[in-house]
Write a protein that binds this ligand. Structure first.
Ligand code: 4AD
Ligand code: MG
Length: 460
């Protein structure tokens, strides 16, 4: 039986069961030993009571923090205050011992920085168990939300020849020799000899292919890994992160904002309903305001303002920002957090950004200066979603691609959808780790993904 099952059912009392897991702590004396056992199914441990006289001393010695054991025994009402059920061991097998001299996860609390260095073992801590279970629950909820709404999950490619965001922050994928690649006459690498016969990269976003799906199935979403070679060593950026990108035909930017708000509220509600114990643990250990912050999302209608209004608010705030504010600059996290936490005191959606700071595919407004972009801003995090209505007009889109000197030859298929049955459509991208960061109340994005990838770090 998994430990979660045992602890949940009072009917289990009196039963003889077998359970397996990793030892969290061991205490007692030479006659009686108490072991707290955890198998990751829940944050709670089961207490195993071992009558030492019934087992070889050598074996009892091997049961130390970190060891993996299997126990068979009777479930009884516990006389202790800490737990209601405990197990009286009849059979014990030690699968794997863990030398107390070298096992790094001893009972004392460890810093999150230290745990990052032992990412192969940190899933065995209470903190990472809770985070990983919440991460799972949120992934499941994302699929459930879209499935219930009639969206189709579209698998977009990981390897691509096009740069969706046009920011040039992509990792190259190649089988050419690093030391002696084939060259063209001008000395540049001859990618026609590469595996795909052209230069290819890891995708920064599934959106462009997502649009192709939406212009056939009407409503799709992607949920996959994305990669950015931006050298941002911040607590909110990863080089490899997961993104959810819904794309909807016949949605304008208002429909898009409605969906984003409903979606985020649904996910937070789902976590509150399904991950109570883990959230409660994280609140207690890391962030007293966690549940309040989650309620803040549930209870407020998101403010909806234009970029121009946002700049106006920031300029009149009397606040001294590290990055000065004027019309045309991109909003920094400090600006985003000011809008949400100090000014509006609600989640905020900012729309209609200057076209110069947004990607080529966004629908151009008539003012010729702004595009129909929308960023959703959350407390503590800043931007959690970025999206837009898309430019569906062939001529305008092509003009923008040329203006930005993007390689038109790599985007011919994208442009062609605007020639054949083009339609108004919109979509957005939710950074999955930003969501998990928000829901768990952690402060560093490297602590909400099992094996983080960031500049100078690809261990594990
Ligand atoms: O704003 P971004 O760059 O938008 C896109 O990629 C669009 N193609 C999305 C769309 O319209 N379909 O990224 C979307 C979200 C951000 O709001 C942020 O939450 C997250 O992805 N994100 C990152 N998360 C972790 N590490 C990074 N380096 C991230 N860059 C973006
Ligand atoms: Mg963005």
């Amino acid at each position: 039986m998994r430990i979660k099952e045992i602890l949940q059912s009072s009917a289990a009392i009196g039963k003889n069961v077998e359970t397996k897991g990793w030892v969290r702590t061991k205490r007692g004396n030479k006659n009686i030993v108490f072991v707290s056992l955890n198998d990751g199914s829940t944050i709670n441990n089961i207490q195993v009571v071992i009558d030492a006289s019934r087992f070889p001393e050598e074996m009892i010695k091997q049961i130390t923090t970190g060891a993996c054991i299997s126990v068979k025994g009777n479930l009884v009402q516990s006389p202790g205050k800490e737990q209601s059920i405990e197990m009286q061991a009849e059979d014990v097998i030690v699968y794997g011992s863990a030398n107390p001299e070298t096992y790094p996860l001893q009972k004392k609390g460890h810093s999150l920085e230290f745990l990052r260095e032992i990412a192969h073992l940190r899933p065995r801590t209470n903190t990472f168990g809770a985070i990983l279970r919440i991460r799972h629950a949120l992934s499941f909820a994302i699929h459930k939300y879209f499935n219930d709404k009639g969206f189709y999950y579209l698998h977009t490619p990981i390897i691509t020849g096009s740069d969706c965001e046009g920011a040039g922050e992509m990792f190259r994928v190649t089988t050419l020799s690093a030391t002696d690649p084939p060259l063209l006459n001008d000395g540049t690498v001859n990618f026609s000899e590469d595996f795909f016969g052209k230069e290819t990269k890891l995708t920064v976003s599934g959106q462009l292919e997502g649009e192709l799906g939406a212009l056939a199935l009407s409503r799709i979403y992607t949920f996959g890994p994305t990669f950015r070679a931006e050298n941002s060593n911040t607590p909110r950026h990863l080089a490899e992160f997961w993104m959810i990108e819904p794309e909807m035909a016949f949605f304008d930017i208002n429909n898009n904002m409605d969906l984003a708000e409903d979606f985020l509220k649904y996910l937070i509600r789902y976590a509150l309903d399904n991950c109570r114990e883990d959230l409660e643990f994280l609140r207690k250990m890391y962030d007293e305001e966690l549940l309040m912050r989650l309620a803040f999302i549930m209870e407020n209608n998101f403010a909806r303002i234009t970029y121009t209004q946002a700049i106006d608010v920031l300029q009149h705030s009397g606040e001294k920002f590290e990055f000065p504010v004027e019309w045309g600059v991109d909003l920094q996290t400090e600006h985003e957090r000011y809008l949400v936490e100090k000014h509006y005191k609600k989640p905020v959606i900012v729309t209609d950004y200057p076209k110069t700071i947004k990607a080529f595919y966004m629908k151009q407004n008539d003012d010729n200066k702004t595009v129909r972009a929308m960023d959703v801003l959350f407390p503590k995090i800043g931007e959690i979603i970025g999206g837009s209505q898309r430019e569906e007009d062939y001529k305008k889109l092509k003009k923008r691609i040329l203006e930005l000197e993007l390689p038109e030859k790599d985007l011919w298929w994208y442009l062609e959808t605007r020639l054949f049955g083009s339609a108004p459509h919109s979509g957005f991208g939710l950074g999955f780790e930003r969501l998990v960061l928000f829901v768990t109340g952690m402060s560093n994005i490297r602590d909400v993904i099992p094996f983080p990838r960031s500049p100078k770090n690809a261990e594990f």
